[in-house]
Ligand binder design. Structure first.
Ligand code: HEM
Length: 516
């Protein structure tokens, strides 16, 4: 009897302590004089965020109410939502050492094969240092014939489909194009996604892109109760090892996870390509110019990778990063191409100006050197990047040591989330022309270094930015050289932007008219 009373009393006391800690966490912003909407107990503001259709619009609407720096809670974790560009410049650039990681699901960090987006501090630094040279201008120049081959196939397919229909969704063809480009340039494998529509790689990748890891229940649980993360991590690792062992012991009863889980399937394909490379002669590998080979060249030669490597990448890191390039480069780049095409279809005068510039080069092939001469194309793309940025949720930083930024004391563990749309549509940053109007020439004026954030900023800026811009410019130059883009009947209906990890339209319906 006494024992029961003691147990119940202990339980109630612990519950009261836990609840009062939760409550006191919610005074975090109030104590610092930072405004914000009122939190809901336990969920903070993430009940609203998880149920809203558009994360970006929700942030923007709170910004209108609470200003350029305000506070919300993810569970009890403080989340600063910021559209003050000077404050962000400190976070992303000047005080990078105190804010060097993304806020990202623990599911990306499960194994030792953490990739660039998931890596923190020293591990990120080592990887970035090793991978940066693979994206240099000199290396990209070598890759342009690979990209050109994929564009050729894209143009042929577009022309074929265009002849068969009154309008077609070019976004689908862009997705196949960017997947082809990634396969050629990252894996070094010859694919033909335009014609091989049932390609297994494309199908597996499509499943991966549909999964929004940030909205998975396990991710939400770990955000709400961060202390659960190590337990969840161990549980998932144990589960994977258990399934692999069971499959080895009784393959007929327990299926191979590699076939069941698309991510494992893709990683296994990367491993096969790496194995094939390891058996190639030195002369053959010397001829290869893809990202995989460049990373293999930067690989550590040590047997005891974790303890003795200094600058190289481990085998697992190479695999994880090749996988990441696929995920990070496919959807973003095809979406940017789709957004550009939408604008070209509704702005014929801008399209003609671009055509004139492309035509003046007197070329019908566009390589790295040629596209760098297209000045108006650069302005046009920047304006598309401003008005239709690809992702808000990736633009975060976690505070890894308590510090003061612009007079605000920010505690270790807090998250900084950029309110990208407010910045990109801010008339003080982008005037005097109305930011809701599409005006490429506004980029001739020097702007604040944090005014355009589609690729992020600071040391963690998108590593594939130059690669993506090269691919987009080469594709548009070739398309506009051969065709005039006309709006399809269902263009506006299809161009409904959905806000997931990438902000993307449903479809871009157009018609192509051959130029003489
Ligand atoms: C139009 C296309 C693209 C857009 C809009 C885009 C956007 C972004 C953004 C916003 C970030 C976060 C930057 C930050 O936190 O400051 C990022 C990071 C990254 N992107 Fe891209 N990206 C694109 C294409 C690519 C391509 C083609 C690749 C690779 C082939 C790539 C690989 C990466 C990687 C590896 C990171 C992580 C960098 C790090 O944390 O050090 N991206 N990207």
């Amino acid at each position: 009897m006494y024992l029961t009373i003691i147990v119940v009393a202990c339980f109630i006391s612990l519950l009261v302590i836990y609840l009062s800690i939760l409550k006191s966490r919610y005074s975090y912003f109030q104590c610092r004089g930072i405004p914000g909407p009122s939190p809901t107990f336990f969920l903070g503001h993430f009940g609203i965020i998880w149920s809203t259709k558009s994360y970006s619009r929700q942030l923007q609407s709170w910004t209108k109410q609470f200003g350029s720096i305000y506070g919300i809670f993810e569970g009890t974790r403080p989340f600063y939502v910021v559209s003050d560009v000077d404050f962000l410049q400190n976070i992303f650039i000047h005080q990078f050492s105190s804010f060097n990681s993304h806020r990202i699901s623990f599911l990306y960090k499960l194994s030792k094969s953490v990739h660039l987006i998931g890596a923190d501090s020293a591990r990120w630094h080592q990887q970035r240092h090793a991978i940066n040279p693979a994206f240099s201008a000199a290396k990209l120049k070598l890759m342009d014939p690979l990209i050109d081959r994929c564009i050729e196939s894209f143009i042929e397919k577009s022309s074929e489909i265009n002849q068969e229909s009154n309008e077609f969704d070019i976004y689908k063809l862009y997705q196949r194009l960017t997947m082809d480009v990634i396969c050629h340039c990252a894996f070094g494998i010859d694919t033909d996604m335009q014609n091989d529509v049932d390609n297994e790689m494309m199908a597996k990748a499509a499943v991966i892109f549909k999964q929004d890891v940030e909205r998975m229940s396990l991710t939400k649980l770990s955000y709400l109760m961060p202390w659960l993360t190590p337990i969840l991590t161990r549980f998932l690792l144990f589960q994977t090892v258990l399934f692999h062992t069971l499959h080895r012991l009784a393959p007929t009863i327990f299926p191979d996870l590699t076939d069941k889980i698309p991510r494992f399937w893709l990683l296994a394909r990367v491993q096969q390509v790496i194995d094939a490379r390891n058996t190639e002669s030195g002369a053959d590998t010397a001829k290869r110019i893809d990202l995989l080979q460049l990373m293999l060249d930067a690989k550590t030669t040590s047997q005891h990778e974790e303890t003795t490597r200094e600058k190289g990448l481990t085998n697992d890191e190479i695999k994880a990063n090749i996988f990441l390039f696929m995920v990070a480069g496919f959807d973003t780049t095809s979406t940017m191409l789709a957004n550009c095409t939408y604008v070209l279809a509704i702005k014929p005068a801008i399209q003609e100006k671009l055509y004139e510039e492309i035509h003046s080069l007197e070329k019908d092939k566009f390589d790295y050197d040629t596209i760098t001469k297209l000045e108006y194309m650069e302005l046009f793309l920047r304006e598309v990047l401003r008005m239709y940025p690809a992702s808000t949720s990736v633009l975060t930083r976690v505070c890894n040591e308590t510090t003061t930024v612009c007079g605000h004391l920010i505690e270790k563990g807090s998250v900084i989330q950029t309110d990208l749309f407010t910045i990109h549509y801010n008339p003080d940053l982008w005037g005097p022309d109305d930011p809701h109007e599409f005006v490429p020439e506004r980029h001739l004026t020097k702007r604040h270094p944090m005014a355009l954030l589609t690729f992020g900023a600071g040391p963690r800026i998108c590593i594939g930015m130059r690669f993506a811009m090269m691919e987009i410019k080469m594709t548009l130059a070739r398309l506009l050289h051969d065709y005039k883009i006309l709006p399809g009947k269902h263009l506006e209906e299809g161009f409904q932007l959905r806000d997931g990890f990438v902000i993307q339209p449903d479809a871009v319906y157009i018609k192509l008219q051959k130029r003489n």
